[in-house]
Design a protein around this ligand. Structure first.
Ligand code: PLP
Length: 339
């Protein structure tokens, strides 16, 4: 017997990247290899006793004011959450299903559908992992997810493709821009035009703050107002709000790290290609690449034995490949030497 709903009993739990601990090289969760802005910790450490004593601001206005200023989007169009995953969950709580996703994509969308008991429809990408936009539009789901650039492939769709899709869909289109700090492509300017479009972003990747848990959505006012109702109240602590605001304000720090990562990514892609690896062109801070023998799992295990953790997905389409997060140049050198 069970105390829970049948969909919870039936679902498999989300499998995160292994957290291997000190002395290892962790290239398995697309974290930023560089430290966050020192201003984040400064803000975090200077929260007062009084600020800890009282409840935080449910609207996180200190944070959304900075985002508003930097992105040129009114605060009424921004909703902050405990990581972008928290915002995505609120969207599914509020909108339900059916849910359409390209395949392969970020596995958390499946988890959200499972928890909600919503139907999920997967639309296969082509052999180079490009999204089939016509097929995705035809599903006409209540919610369509598009991670752009996509995870785990690194492939990005164009703004024109997203614009056309948003126009064709009767339901919501969620453009998950977790990796927007590593590409020039963004759907943000389309929010004005499409009342069904939600763009989500996070401080976990570009801002080196995966542990802080802070992300946000940008959409037209009425969508943001509805989603706010579906969020847990007080889901962001005052230290998180203040540290996030300070980190977001420090665009120079984020941009400098992103530039280093892009240079390293391009160098690693070139080197792997010269070793006959099949490298999928990436717009993100990771590479999806298959060794020449297409023995992804064996190479994953061999690297793991040497204390280098990359991500392996034992599933159709991905079984040949490894997803390698771009590390520091030192880490990438160690990786290449091990390979
Ligand atoms: C990493 C990632 C996220 C998670 O973001 P959080 O803000 O840390 O919850 C969301 N979407 C995609 C596609 C990701 O790869």
């Amino acid at each position: 017997m069970s105390y829970f709903k049948p969909n919870i009993d039936a679902m498999t739990a989300y499998v995160p990247g292994i957290q291997p601990g000190p002395g290892t090289i962790k290239l398995n969760a697309n974290e930023n290899p560089y430290p966050p802005s020192p201003k984040a910790w400064e803000a975090f450490a200077h929260v007062s006793d009084e600020e800890l004593r009282v409840y935080p601001d449910p609207a996180a206005k200190v944070f959304t004011a900075v985002v508003s200023e930097i992105l040129g989007v009114p605060q009424s169009r921004i909703l902050a959450g405990n990581g972008s995953d928290n915002v995505l969950a609120a969207i599914i709580h509020a909108a339900g299903g059916p849910i359409a996703i390209p395949s392969p994509t970020f596995p958390y969308y499946q988890t959200l559908a499972d928890v909600e008991g919503a139907t999920i429809i997967e639309v296969d990408t082509n052999e180079r992992f490009n999204v089939d936009f016509d097929a995705l539009a035809k599903v006409q789901a209540a919610v369509t997810f598009l991670a752009n650039p996509n995870n785990p492939t690194g492939v990005a769709a164009t703004v024109e493709q997203i614009d056309a899709l948003a126009g064709q869909l009767g339901g919501l289109l969620i453009v998950d821009e977790a990796y927007c700090d590593f590409t020039d492509i963004t759907a943000l300017p389309l929010v004005d035009k499409h009342p069904n479009l939600i763009v989500t972003r996070t401080l976990s990747k570009g801002y080196s703050l995966a542990s802080l848990r802070l992300g946000f959505a940008v959409a037209q006012e009425s969508l943001i107002a509805s989603l706010f109702k579906a969020m847990e109240i007080y889901n962001l602590s005052t230290p998180t709000i203040k540290a996030g605001a300070a980190a977001y304000a420090d665009q120079d720090h984020k941009n400098a790290n992103a530039a280093k990562i892009l240079a390293s990514r391009n160098a690693l892609a070139t080197e792997l290609a010269s070793r006959e690896w099949d490298v999928i062109p990436s717009e993100a801070n990771f590479l999806l690449a298959a060794p020449p023998e297409r023995n992804g799992e064996a190479v994953y295990e061999q690297l793991k034995a040497k204390g280098i953790f990359v991500r392996y997905f034992k599933q159709p389409r991905l079984a040949d490949y490894l997803r390698i997060t771009i590390g520091t140049d030192e880490q990438n050198k160690t990786l290449l030497a091990a390979l």
